[in-house]
Design a protein around this ligand. Structure first.
Ligand SMILES: [Zn+2]
Length: 58
């Protein structure tokens, strides 16, 4: 098991054991640093998977 996952929205490293923010999309689990990133991903998952993290938090 990996020690950290990349938040697909902002590019931050996320500890999968500690973050409560995660979602399953097409059979894969994605982890997020915050509720904001999770919500952004759920609004448009294909965009983030195609383009990758789009930068840091505003
Ligand atoms: Zn994030």
């Amino acid at each position: 098991m990996k020690l950290s996952e990349i938040d697909p929205v902002c590019g931050m490293h996320v500890d999968p054991k500690r973050t409560p923010y995660k979602t399953v999309f097409k059979g894969k689990i994605y982890y997020f640093c915050s509720k904001i990133c999770l919500r952004k991903f759920e609004e448009n998952p294909e965009y983030y998977l195609e383009h990758g993290p789009v930068g840091m938090h505003e």
